[in-house]
Design a protein around this ligand. Structure first.
Ligand code: GAR
Length: 201
């Protein structure tokens, strides 16, 4: 193992969590790992621009150009191998990975989810939908979770969580922003550093 862990970040959209990782790396909050590659399953993802601005290599793998899930994942794996990736970070990656993929990278994939798992998680709970469900249920506290990824959607070992209070006048949008700012953008970089350190040792 080299002195720093080689990281790939998988994205689909805006990439604010990717930006938090880039900022953390620039500030030295992440020092045991190095983002080598950003892979998107959406060619228009703004996350790709963020990566390019930070001089990080990017790759796009589109499901519609693949024969099936196996082919989609094989193309991603090809990039991961090309860049000798040790740790995969799912940062707003809106595609569920198969068991063969998660087993291949056991304890080497982490994900950020915008709720306190085991609430509002699993298949169908992603992005704004998570916050809509939390508001609909009327919970007073939500938050974010960083966890290892296994074959169960949002079911892997929890690494870090942070709670965020819900306000009476929250909308899914205001809640999403506050959960990102107060929880996701903090615990994702912290968890990446913690796991990178563990991998090195
Ligand atoms: C984030 O809130 C992330 O937690 C969520 O999507 C958003 C992506 O935003 N991920 C999931 O819901 C995965 N189940 P970003 O592209 O600005 O980082």
């Amino acid at each position: 193992m080299s002195k720093t862990v080689s990281i790939a970040v998988l994205v689909s959209g805006g990439g604010t969590n990717l930006q938090a990782l880039i900022n953390a790396q620039n500030k030295g909050v992440i020092k045991s790992g190095n983002i080598k590659l950003v892979v998107s399953n959406n060619a228009d993802a703004y996350a790709l621009k963020r990566a390019q601005k930070a001089n990080i290599d990017t790759a796009v793998v589109l499901k519609k150009e693949c024969v099936d899930q196996l082919d989609f994942e094989a193309r991603i794996i090809k990039y991961l191998e090309e860049y000798n990736i040790d740790l995969i970070v799912l940062a707003g990656f809106m595609s569920i990975l198969s068991e063969s993929f998660t087993k291949r990278y056991s304890n080497r994939i982490i994900n950020v989810h915008p709720s306190l798992i085991p609430s509002f998680c699993g298949k169908g709970f992603y992005g704004l939908r998570v916050h809509e469900a939390a508001l609909k249920k009327g919970v007073k506290v939500t938050g974010a979770t960083v966890h290892f990824v296994n074959e169960i959607p949002d079911g892997g070992e929890i690494i870090m969580q942070k709670a965020v209070n819900i306000k009476d006048d929250d909308t899914p949008q205001t809640l999403q922003k506050r959960v990102m700012r107060l929880a996701e953008w903090k615990i994702l970089p912290a968890a990446v550093e913690q796991v990178s350190k563990e991998i090195i040792s």
